[in-house]
Ligand binder design. Structure first.
Ligand SMILES: [Zn+2]
Length: 539
């Protein structure tokens, strides 16, 4: 990786100015770099080339270096020590302190972390599973695991999909050690604890919520899985099921044979139109977002999906997707549109540094809540305009499937979050043993007799998106809490204009003006809790 230019610094005279001057200077500097980075990122994802990838990486490093300047952090901390009466100014300084703190490290450490991460990312990008000399894409693996009745073929595909783990595991452990060195030098027990705290979460609160989720889901999951295993056992003619007998490599989503398919019902209208119509009912116009987006597959483009507020003004929000017919992409588009609806609804007067969702997990909660609509009878009838009789026929199955999906994902999420915490607490332990112990405990899936090792590192998030997965679990919990709030206040959610106005006004509009915990309490009337997850899971 090329490092461009000399380390940038904020001119010393700006440090002595009043806090609002400091915020103004930093906002200008970070805004310029971040917007350039977002543009380069979009470019690298929509038309991948060595040039666009280099530009993205250079801007990312540059941004990290600016945020890593210890003198800037010292100035922000000094400003926070002053008696500030302006709450918005204080919040901007607080958000700056968190973001700068996460980047404090030596130039060598920064370069080493960026090099290791890039190498791992490149390994994932170029890796293709090979079975019997045949190269398989992720979609090929998925197709085998969802449809093949041949255990031998399934095992080969599953093992091939895990082989990337063994390739990167050593480098991931090295990265964990390096991140821990940085965190310990700054006074934290490890990188995991540091990252959570800089995301305005505490390890104790996250663990408490995970334990509650575990208690709630353990028994219903065990019952559900016993029935699934019975069906799978007779399908494959085996007494003891192996990890490759489930529908996806990590058993993180509901197997297809346990739920009704919506592919037929959703074939009439495009995922793009369905998303626009869904949000229009809530008074949120996404037509401009769709026109700037890149929604359909083509060569040289990322296979994934994401939403990006390019200049953090809400005026240039874009979605990248690879929409194909069928339920999967309808669900993905409703999810990404949830992120987009949040971004376009933030008040333009909110200052740049706070012009973003209140927390990653809060925008995930919105996206999870709207993504779930694809399986909801009321949405299928009222927005997708599927024939009432067809929807009625599968309504019970859909409702059960929605509950089961949350169960399956919760058990998988518990594995991920507990594993990642253990990984940073002690990267020298037997990580393979630890991984399979958690998989057995939470997902009730037994480790295979022969193991090649490093299966944990095959999950891309462990390797390339550190200390992030808890956001999905917290998002699931908040999605249920927000949905229950809308039902309580307006007697409904799908197509209810008041529910849309309520979310836009009370949650989206303020961006990150309020810390997430205050916002959740203000919007839902209570602290984040698993209370509303309980109802459907226990049913
Ligand atoms: Zn999302």
């Amino acid at each position: 990786m090329t490092i461009i230019g000399a380390p940038p610094t904020v001119r010393d005279e700006s440090m002595d100015q009043a806090p609002h001057r400091l915020v103004g200077v930093l906002e200008k500097r970070l805004r310029g770099l971040e917007v350039d980075f977002h543009r380069a990122y979009w470019e690298s994802q929509t038309s991948a080339s060595p040039e666009s990838e280099r530009r993205r990486a250079e801007l990312e490093l540059e941004l990290r270096r600016v945020k890593g300047d210890p003198r800037v952090l010292a100035a922000v901390k000094a400003a926070l020590d002053e008696p500030l009466h302006d709450a918005v100014l204080r919040r901007q300084l607080e958000v700056l302190r968190l973001s700068l703190s996460a980047n404090q490290m030596s130039e060598e450490q920064r370069a080493r972390i960026v090099d290791l991460s890039s190498a791992i990312e490149n390994e994932f990008a170029s890796y293709r599973a090979v079975v019997d000399g045949r190269t398989l894409s992720d979609n090929d693996i998925d197709a085998i695991l969802t449809s093949s009745d041949d255990s031998v073929e399934r095992e080969s595909a599953w093992r091939a999909s895990k082989a990337i783990g063994a390739l990167v595991a050593e480098r991931v452990i090295e990265l964990v050690r390096e991140r821990n060195r940085v965190a310990r030098a700054l006074g934290w027990s490890d990188h995991y604890a540091m990252s959570l705290e800089l995301q305005e979460l505490t390890e104790a609160a996250v663990v408490e919520l995970l334990d509650q989720l575990d208690c709630l889901t353990a028994a219903p999951f065990e019952r559900w899985k016993a029935l699934l295993d019975e069906r799978l056992g007779s399908r494959f003619g085996v007494r003891e099921l192996q990890p490759w007998h489930y529908d996806d490599p990590f058993f993180q989503s509901l197997p297809r044979d346990g739920r009704p398919s919506l592919d037929g019902l959703l074939s009439g209208t495009s995922a793009e139109t369905l998303s626009v119509q869904t949000f229009a009912r809530w008074g949120i116009d996404l037509t401009a977002v769709m026109s700037r987006s890149d929604l359909y597959p083509r060569p040289g483009k990322s296979q994934h999906a994401f939403c990006l507020d390019v200049d953090r003004t809400g005026a240039d929000v874009r979605i990248l997707a690879n929409v194909a017919p069928g339920e999967r992409w309808v669900e993905v588009m409703l999810h990404e549109s949830g992120h987009a609806a949040y971004d376009v609804s933030i008040d333009p007067n909110v200052p740049y540094l706070l012009h973003r969702p209140a927390h990653t997990f809060v925008t995930e909660a919105i996206a999870i809540m709207t993504g779930r609509l694809a399986r909801e009878p009321g949405w299928l009838r009222g927005v997708a305009l599927a024939p009432t009789r067809d929807v009625d026929e599968i309504a019970d199955g859909l409702e059960r499937a929605a509950v089961d999906q949350s169960l399956v994902f919760a058990r998988w999420g518990l594995v991920m979050v507990h594993f990642e915490r253990a990984l940073y607490a002690d990267p020298e332990q037997d990580l393979d043993a630890r991984w399979w112990e958690l998989v057995e405990r939470f997902q009730l899936v037994r480790a295979p007799g022969r193991r090649s090792g490093g299966e944990w590192a095959a999950k891309v998030h462990v390797s390339t998106t550190p200390v992030y997965y808890h956001n999905y679990l917290l998002g699931e919990v908040l999605a249920s809490q927000l949905r229950a709030t809308c039902e309580r206040l307006f007697g409904g959610f799908v197509g209810v204009p008041e529910a849309g106005r309520f979310l836009a006004e009370s949650l989206f509009k303020g961006g990150a003006l309020m810390p997430w915990n205050q916002l959740v309490e203000a919007v839902t009337g209570r602290r984040l809790s698993v209370e509303d997850v309980a109802a459907p899971v226990a049913a």
